[in-house]
Write a protein that binds this ligand. Structure first.
Ligand code: PDD
Length: 287
């Protein structure tokens, strides 16, 4: 089946979709994105993703060429046209095509470019990796200072994923100059000590994860204590459990950090339970 993608109002076969070489997303990484997961053909936490999208655009003084109602209709249309039961929808909005290369932002008459496409992941809720857990390495966090804005500058996260792959691991967690974990390359990072879930507080140094917000809410409802503070890789190695969250992995147990087992070295009960609660609750609320 040839995938149908969305470009600036049109639904096209993926091979026919085109964006200008002058697009600022292509030349300057001047754009923002969202990844929304799909379960049972429905959108998970769409509202949260749109709210963060508006925030990212506002922080970069960009206006959206598409309304919230149009975004929702387009996401649903892509799910239907591509027959997605489980998977993701990638949405990107760039500052558009000013017709040449210039560092200065074009004036507001230049419309942004909107593209979106589906990624089919048939066993996303039941991912085998969730049963074995992720092995993580740590690397320095060398990203720019506004990673709370979900920009398409993903070179360093890509380098982080490659470093993990070369080391025989699944992903990297990033460590700031104080030796504290910020987050994963494309996910938020947590440790568990007894009944307490510890994760870095929101700031400019992490992405404000939509999955994070939901998981912390469910954790509090399930009588876990939530402590928002940073932790070191050493503290994580000595924790009972660790896990990561993102729209692409939901709640993913972490079983090894820099070659040392975390807890028993197997997915822990807290991460496993939070994954179950997250999937149950979000499926109920999906639209
Ligand atoms: N990444 N931190 C970073 C750096 C991320 O890129 C992501 C998401 C998250 C988790 O955010 P959320 O829970 O809203 O998905 C945290 C997406 C999934 C990606 O780039 O594929």
């Amino acid at each position: 089946m040839i995938r149908t993608v969305y470009v600036n109002g049109d639904y096209l076969p993926e091979g026919e979709a085109k964006v200008s070489i002058f697009d600022r997303g292509f030349l300057m990484a001047d754009g923002v994105y969202e990844v929304t997961s799909v379960l049972d053909g429905k959108l998970i936490d769409f509202d949260g993703h749109v709210k963060r999208l508006w925030r990212s655009l506002a922080e970069l003084e960009m206006t959206s060429p598409i309304s919230e109602a149009e975004l929702l209709a387009m996401h649903r249309e892509l799910v239907v046209r591509n027959g997605i039961d489980q998977g993701m929808i990638y949405l990107q909005i760039t500052r558009g095509n000013p017709g040449d290369r210039s560092f200065l932002f074009p004036d507001a008459s230049v419309p942004g470019t909107v593209v979106a496409f589906t990624q089919d992941v048939p066993n996303m809720a039941d991912a085998p990796a969730a049963k074995t857990g992720h092995k993580i390495i740590t690397i320095p966090d060398l990203r720019w200072g506004r990673v709370d804005i979900k920009t398409v500058q993903l070179l360093y996260p890509s380098i982080g994923k490659m470093a993990a792959k070369k080391a025989g691991a699944d992903d990297s967690w990033l460590v700031d100059e104080q030796g504290l974990v910020t987050e994963g390359t494309s996910n938020n990072a947590y440790i568990v000590k007894g009944n307490r879930i510890i994760t870095r507080a929101l700031g400019n140094d992490i992405l404000h994860g939509i999955t994070r917000a939901a998981v912390l809410r469910f954790a509090a409802e399930a009588q876990f204590e939530v402590e928002e503070r940073p932790f070191t890789p050493t503290e994580a190695q000595g924790a009972d459990e660790a896990f990561s969250t993102a729209a692409s992995i939901f709640v993913m147990p972490v079983v090894e950090l820099d070659g040392k087992p975390v807890g028993t070295g197997k997915p822990g009960p807290v991460a496993t339970r939070l994954r179950e609660i997250y999937l149950d609750e979000m499926r109920k609320a999906a639209i």
